[in-house]
Every structure is written in structure tokens, then in C-alpha cells.
Design a protein around this ligand. Structure first.
Ligand SMILES: CC(C)(COP(=O)(O)OP(=O)(O)OC[C@H]1O[C@@H](n2cnc3c(N)ncnc32)[C@H](O)[C@@H]1OP(=O)(O)O)[C@@H](O)C(=O)NCCC(=O)NCCS
Length: 181
């Protein structure tokens, strides 16, 4: 007899935690010799996406929002970067991850937090077009419960921003058609 795992069985945050380590390279800097913020954003998104994929268990995900990414200090060429992502809040089809980036000189033991933020991913079905349900988040500690409650509040703000962006898009389209009409 084959034993099937329930794909929607709740999963704890530690089960999908991701740690990614890279060394920064000369081509990644701005004219002032420090790392482009966009390089950090890309790494943050990749790491968060892997955590979300692990939580969802299978299939595809897409990034719906990256918000409140705060850069706390510069990163220099040749430094080691450590990016961690942990799932903090889960909706029906959406997964939020907190992403932290630490930098460290290659030959010194001086690890420092350089960026922190949140990203929101949506699981997609096999067609890649429609959202797909994901396992709930199994919360075991007060800290995890508090983070999930804050994640729910952050999600409400994201959805408000999305509504506003869609309204602005509609208003801009309407203004264009009025001009050309
Ligand atoms: C994200 C996307 C799949 C949502 O599809 P949709 O048909 O609008 O789906 P829904 O409105 O049913 O939303 C599905 C889930 O995503 C969440 N969501 C959708 N857009 C969101 C946003 N901008 N911010 C936060 N959450 C969002 C919804 O709250 C919902 O979560 P829940 O099921 O956990 O309650 C769609 O907007 C999309 O494809 N966006 C572009 C993504 C992309 O291309 N990313 C890469 C950028 S290069």
C-alpha cells in the first residue's frame, strides 16, 4: 500500500528556512565601489522564493510584492554575504518571507546586518496562471505567532497598495483614452 503525504498538512517555519552564502564580485558595484542595492534585492528575492517554494512543497510560485526592504549600511566588493529567509505568514495561496542579509569582510570575523525586509509570494497551479492553495503555517512559539500576526497586518497594507495601484492604472488609462478620444 502506498502512503500519500497530505500536501496541505501545516508546516513549521523552520522546515522551509533558507541560508544562502555568496561572495560579492567587482561587476556588482556602483561607481563608488559599493554594491548596487539591486544586487541585494535580487539575492533577497531568490532566497525568499526558495523558502516559499519549500513551504509550498511543489510547483511554481511568483513574487507578488517586495516591501519594506531596508538597507542599513554599505557592502564592499569581496565581502561575504549571508542571506536568510524564513516564512512568517501564510494565507490561502500566499506566503510571506522575512529576509535578512548579513555582510562580513572575507578575512575578518565582523558579521553585520546590512538589509532586512519582507517579500510576498503566490503559489501557482501547473498552468502558471492561477493561484494554488498552500499548507498553513504551523506556529509553535509566541514569537512565531506575533510575527504571523504582524505578517497579516503587512499583507493588508500590501493589498491596499495593490488596490490603489490598480485604481491609478485604470485612472491613467481613462485619462489617455479621453485625450485620444
Ligand atoms: C500574484 C498574482 C499571481 C495574483 O493573481 P490574482 O489572480 O490577482 O490572484 P488573487 O487576487 O486571487 O490573489 C491570490 C493571492 O495573492 C495575494 N496577492 C495578490 N497580489 C498581491 C499583492 N500585490 N501583494 C500581496 N498579496 C497579493 C492575494 O492576497 C491572495 O492571497 P491569499 O490567497 O493567501 O488570500 C498576479 O497578480 C500576478 O501574476 N502578478 C505578477 C507576478 C509577477 O510576474 N512577478 C514577477 C515580477 S517580474
Amino acid at each position: 500500500m502506498m502512503i500519500m503525504n497530505d500536501p496541505l498538512e501545516p508546516r513549521p517555519p523552520y522546515a522551509s528556512r533558507v541560508l544562502l552564502a555568496v561572495v560579492t564580485e567587482p561587476g556588482q558595484t556602483n561607481p563608488f565601489g559599493t554594491l548596487h542595492g539591486g544586487v541585494l534585492l535580487k539575492l533577497a528575492d531568490e532566497c525568499g522564493a526558495i523558502a516559499a517554494l519549500r513551504h509550498s512543497g511543489r510547483g511554481r510560485i511568483t513574487t507578488a510584492a517586495i516591501d519594506s526592504m531596508t538597507f542599513l549600511g554599505p557592502v564592499y566588493v569581496g565581502e561575504r554575504l549571508e542571506i536568510t529567509a524564513v516564512v512568517t505568514y501564510v494565507g490561502r495561496t500566499s506566503i510571506e518571507a522575512r529576509i535578512e542579509i548579513h555582510a562580513e569582510p572575507i578575512e575578518e570575523d565582523q558579521r553585520r546586518l546590512v538589509a532586512v525586509g519582507y517579500a510576498l509570494y503566490v503559489a501557482l497551479d501547473d498552468s502558471g496562471l492561477h493561484p494554488r492553495p498552500v499548507p498553513p503555517l504551523l506556529l509553535a512559539t509566541d514569537a512565531e505567532r506575533a510575527e504571523a500576526a504582524m505578517g497579516k497586518a503587512r499583507q493588508e497594507i500590501r493589498l491596499m497598495r495593490r488596490r490603489q495601484a490598480l485604481e491609478r492604472g485604470t485612472a491613467t488609462g481613462q485619462a489617455r483614452s479621453n485625450l485620444s478620444g
